[in-house]
Design a binder for this molecule. Sequence first.
Ligand SMILES: *Cc1c(COP(=O)(O)O)cnc(C)c1O
Length: 400
Amino acid sequence: MHELIATEDDQDFDRDSKALSWSNPRQRAWIEVEPAAISENVRKLKTILREECLFLAVVKADGYGHGAQTVAQAALSGGADKLGVATLQEGIELRKKGLQCPILVLGNLFDQEELYACLYWNLIPTLSSIREVYICDAHADVKKKKFPVQIKVDTGMSRLGCNIEDLLTLVDLVDKSDYLELEGVYSHLALADNQFQYDIGSETYKQKKRFDSLLGSIRKKYKNCCFHLANSAGTFLGHDFHYDMVRVGLALYGYNPFPTPSKFQSLDLKPALSVKAKITLIREVPSGTGVSYGHKFQAHRLTRLAVVGIGYADGVSSLLSGKISGLCQGKLLPQVGSITMDMLMLDVTDHPDIEVGSVVTMLGREGDRFLTPLEWCNLSGSIPWEVLCGFKNRLPRLVV
Ligand SMILES: *Cc1c(COP(=O)(O)O)cnc(C)c1O
């Protein structure tokens, strides 16, 4: 008797200590990322560049939802020369994780302290105004240290950048500064992913012409200044658009920036991300039962419903409700009813072998089948960039 009680205490202790240290990234929903696919994509993309052209891997928005550090390391090992981030915070985080390569901050920093921090962390700011050049110059003067900066010029995006007629003024200011170094001059395309941009008369070519008209005089004076214009779509428009560097985001992650297969297909880039979740409950409901908020789905037969632990708070938009499917054990399972904040339902009536704990692939590869975020875009009216960076931190990122 005494012995039995002792054993129960032991078991209890064991259970408690397991509960105390409980952790399982695959508990309900997660993202798997294949860094090897990212490295390979960089290698393949570089085959369409001229030998001297540099490759800047855009890892903003937590590496388009893949995890910035993972993507940064994979891209660099695939041959990327530089990284691009959107915010100061993103740049500092990569530095803190030990990344030493050149990092360009693509977003705008306007505050004196932000710009100082940017220079302190050896991040390259993008300057769009005289005011920003003055702030950097004053700081560099105090520190008596060389600081590389890049200047952005607006050729048609109407977002960041100085006006075309002001570019030379900004360049001169940097030139007069004892410590600032003009590392690059760049601009950004507004319509490159439009399928008609291959036409010489397109807005994209007009942007290119405006950019070209500025380079000549600057090039003569600044032999080492890096000129760049192309995002992923621009990179596929050919050597004319590459200049000294390309800034590749979406294609790095394996997706086509164009609405049609286009020149993208021949490179055979590989998506690196899968979104997976587990079935947490299976129930049967009789014919005529309404399912989920608003009862937008009505069971028209005795229906076996699988409740999956992923929802719009994880990044599966409610606009996809009733339109998508999950992949499980090679079967395509229709999602039914409204997608809720933390869960969604699949109809598994025809698949009695699917059970609680089964893993469902919502996006990415399972066996020889593949679910792409491009399909989600067609269904919800979104764009692939937004689908990818819509995945929230609640989903652990697992490197596979
Ligand atoms: C985000 C961004 C890119 C990358 O765009 P993709 O279409 O994803 O390749 C390039 N340049 C700038 C300035 C950006 O902000």
